[in-house]
Ligand binder design. Structure first.
Ligand code: IMP
Length: 428
């Protein structure tokens, strides 16, 4: 089968964009299946850093068809702004971009609602990206959503939008004491965005299935990470979509039997943005060094990321959830600066040792990491392009990750440039 799924195994920001972009030159199609503009996939294109939020990371490859699948929540204004931004950077977006008619729209009232809800949560705030993701998926489930296909006939869209905006304005004003949304202004902006998006609208599931039937290489690009999955992540500190491989069939219309190999992306350490438990979070000094070397700031919000050590318990959990067959270990070069590198091999919970990632948030908050120390290599790995170029201790670190997660590491990334990758086995 010619499908390949790439998903994050931690709390997002694993470097999926870079890996997708690396593989996109070998792919015929790149498909986003969940999430929305909360994602921030930073990719080096011809030496320049480009951040994709809604566009699949393969968009910089002229030969690849890029699909925004039905499981994505699409902010029309953000998409148009992103197309303009990347076009100014020399990336052309034309018929190579297909937007599924069934993708639910993120609209201005979703963002206003999310801001009001997060504020009302006070100390219990989730720390969302404020991109309207949760309210848009809620509307889908409560059958109030508006889908991208409606943008093709703006009169119909206008009716639906006015109906929903009137209800949401009552919520904003009466429950949260916030100003109402200016509906006329929002509609005029949305009408301009709709005209730009309409030519890209398509019924994409048959197109993606057709590509797979023809043996073309189709890459399914995950956003966020498995530990942010709405069902299996660290609920409620999660995003609102299915970020595991289970999200692919539901978010593309491709049956599970056709999705192909699942590759997980894991950072050689761990980061998390937003609130919620994080067992291997490092002390401020080590976290600061990781943050500085790894440029660990949110690509979407600019927030500093919380930094810590590799958590084999968490990654193994993600491996099992999605049937991940191989890993790509990213940002190995960030660890070049450490004499010794803690790796979490198990948790201590209420006096016992466990290898299982707790499903209860309270248990996870009480879990203490059991670390073993891996020897550092204190040498730059940035120029490595084949396994023999890596210092022996870095190769040993990769081997240890393989032993702890139970699956092989297909590649390790050692820098931001798309070619800064050491492949241990062929990926696509
Ligand atoms: P939301 O997806 O904006 O609703 O945010 C919910 C949680 O997911 C928050 O903790 C966010 O920081 C986190 N999150 C959402 N998208 C990303 C991402 O692309 N990378 C890392 N964390 C993310």
């Amino acid at each position: 089968m010619s499908g390949l799924v790439l998903i994050g195994t931690q709390w997002g920001d694993e470097g999926k964009g870079k890996v997708t972009n690396y593989l996109a030159s070998r792919a015929d199609m790149v498909v986003r299946f969940q999430g929305g503009a909360n994602a921030g996939h930073t990719v080096a294109v011809d030496g320049r850093m480009v951040v994709f939020h809604l566009l699949p990371s393969g968009i910089s490859e002229p030969g690849a068809t890029c699909v925004i699948g039905p499981g994505v929540v699409l902010d029309p204004e953000e998409l148009v702004a992103e197309i303009d931004r990347v076009s100014a950077q020399g990336i052309s977006v034309g018929p190579n971009l297909l937007v599924d008619v069934g993708a639910h729209l993120v609209l201005p009232y979703h963002k206003a609602q999310e801001a009001a809800e997060e504020e009302a949560r006070g100390a219990d705030a989730i720390g969302t990206t404020h991109r309207g993701i949760g309210p848009a998926y809620s509307d889908q489930c409560s059958r109030e959503g508006i889908r991208a296909g409606e943008l093709a006939t703006f009169g119909r869209f206008r009716e639906l939008f006015e109906r929903n905006a009137a209800r949401r304005n009552r919520l904003l004003e009466r429950l949260y004491g916030k100003p109402p949304l200016d509906v006329a202004d929002a509609l005029s902006r949305l009408e301009r965005a709709a005209a730009r998006i309409a030519p890209h609208l398509a019924d994409t599931p048959p197109i993606v299935r057709g590509a797979l039937h023809e043996g073309r290489r189709v890459l399914f690009e995950g956003a966020q990470g498995s530990l942010l999955d709405v069902a299996f992540g660290t609920y409620p500190f999660v995003t609102s979509s299915h970020t595991t491989a289970a999200g692919v069939p539901a978010g593309t219309g491709v049956p599970p039997s056709m999705i192909g190999e699942v590759i997980g992306v894991a950072k050689a350490y761990t980061t998390r943005v937003g609130a919620g438990p994080f067992p291997t979070e490092a002390d401020p000094k080590a976290a600061g060094l990781i943050r500085e070397r790894g440029a660990e700031r949110g690509a979407t919000t600019g927030r500093p990321r919380r930094c810590g050590w590799f958590d084999a318990v968490a990654v193994r959990y993600s491996v099992e959830l999605s049937g991940i067959e191989r890993l790509v270990l990213t940002k190995l070069d960030v660890l070049d600066a450490f004499d010794s590198i803690p790796v979490c091999v198990a948790y201590e919970l209420d006096g016992g040792r466990t290898n299982r990632f707790p499903r209860s948030l309270d248990d996870l908050a009480r879990a203490r990491p059991i670390f073993e120390e891996a020897p550092g290599w204190r040498q730059s790995t940035a120029g490595a392009r084949k396994p023999a170029d890596l210092p022996a201790a870095a190769r040993a670190y990769v081997k240890r990750v393989e032993a702890l997660t139970g699956i092989p590491v297909a590649a390790a990334s050692v820098g931001a440039a798309s070619h800064a990758i050491v492949e241990f086995s062929k990926m696509l």
